[in-house]
Design a protein around this ligand. Structure first.
Ligand SMILES: [Cu+2]
Length: 118
């Protein structure tokens, strides 16, 4: 019986430890998506939009490289869904083109043919 108690105690300790680990934001997976963002407004639109997307823990866009880095929970979402969400915001995601309806709604300066600017 004593062995069982020790076993249970160590199991609890492991659970607490891994919970702390998850709280540190290490449980999510990271993916880099190339977008068609051109300016700081795009950055705000994408980061804000992605923050509301299910399963997204963190989204950071680098305007210079147009790379969107997303930390997500693979149990709640997938890379395909994330790319779709970027498309719905009006931007290309790797090879997936922006949803035309969403792209039309973008500010003129945010359209990809507006060229790179800040
Ligand atoms: Cu923009």
């Amino acid at each position: 019986m004593k062995t069982l108690k020790i076993w249970m105690l160590s199991f609890m300790l492991i659970s607490v430890a891994s919970f702390g680990f998850a709280q540190g934001g290490k449980k999510g997976e990271e993916v880099k998506i190339k977008t068609s963002a051109v300016c700081g407004m795009c950055k705000a639109t994408i980061e804000k939009g992605m923050a509301y997307e299910k399963g997204v823990e963190k989204a950071t866009l680098d305007v210079d490289s147009k790379i969107l880095t997303v930390t997500y929970n693979p149990q709640k979402t997938s890379v395909d869904k994330l790319k779709k969400a970027v498309n719905e915001l009006g931007y290309d995601a790797d090879d997936a083109p922006a949803t035309p309806r969403a792209y039309d709604r973008l500010d003129a300066c945010c359209k990809k043919d507006a060229g790179n600017h800040k």
